[in-house]
Design a binder for this molecule. Structure first.
Ligand SMILES: [Zn+2]
Length: 254
């Protein structure tokens, strides 16, 4: 299974995966009935999660019911436990919307919920993050996860997110990060796709952020609060929900 998933991620265009993969995986989920792991996003338990990843697939990562990964479950827990997201109805701009969240957010927020992306078939508004087509101070929340490592000018995109955020709002802009790197790493001279994958995790990543990611976000004017929810939840809960081994949530405010 792990090699099939790795092959699909490498060779099938992402938009086809987003449109069709969940149907096949849902069918497979009947073979994973059990109680060892729990997904807080869809409220289902399984024997284990599915493996996921391109280079070396990670065991126990993908929820077969809602397709959440470790980082999605962590973000969902942050919203549920640490914010008023689910008790109020914030106006949300969700950039590059993750499949596991769309239906849930839509049900909760109705027309307060706007999905946007430059190419994702899951998004309703087509837009370039360098030039967001909304007025200043429009949204109570902006989510833009695993996007900034792909864009040409990441600081400009962060500034755009900050611009459309209300002064009372917050943004979550998580990106792949290597905690063993002190500073963010870019090298345009590496052009071989395989080499780029080794250096930047994916060949279409323009950079890999280091431990300075919070400082990078602050370059756009954001005030950034790092939250270590994994530590707060403890090892047992983190393992039961297969959360990331290490991930700081950077809560960005105006
Ligand atoms: Zn799930």
């Amino acid at each position: 299974m792990k090699y099939i998933i790795s092959w699909v991620l490498r060779f099938i265009p992402r938009k086809f995966i987003q449109l069709f993969a969940h149907r096949l995986i849902k069918i497979y989920s009947i073979f994973l009935t059990g109680n060892k792991v729990y997904c807080p996003v869809c409220d289902h338990s399984f024997r284990h999660f599915l493996p996921y990843g391109r280079l070396t697939p990670r065991e126990n990562a993908l929820c077969p019911s809602c397709l959440s990964l470790e980082r999605h479950r962590l973000m969902y827990l942050y919203l549920k436990n640490e914010t008023s997201f689910f008790t109020e109805k914030p106006k949300l701009l969700h950039i590059a919307p993750e499949y596991c969240f769309i239906e849930r957010f839509e049900k909760h927020l109705g027309d307060q919920y706007i999905t946007a992306d430059i190419e994702s078939p899951l998004a309703k508004v087509k837009m370039d993050l360098h030039d967001i087509p909304f007025e200043d101070n429009t949204f109570d929340a902006v989510f833009c996860n695993h996007v900034l490592e792909h864009v040409k000018d990441d600081v400009r995109c962060m500034q755009e997110i900050r611009r459309v955020l209300k002064p009372t709002g917050f943004a979550l802009c998580q990106s792949p990060q290597r905690y063993d790197l002190a500073t963010t790493y870019e090298d345009a001279s590496i052009t071989d796709p395989r080499e780029r994958e080794i250096h930047f995790l994916q060949d279409d990543h323009l950079r890999i952020y280091g431990r300075d990611y919070g400082t990078q976000l602050e370059k756009s004017g954001f005030t950034v609060e790092p939250v270590n929810l994994i530590e707060k939840l403890g090892l047992k809960e983190s393992q039961r929900m297969a959360l990331p081994l290490e991930e700081i949530i950077y809560v960005c405010r105006k």
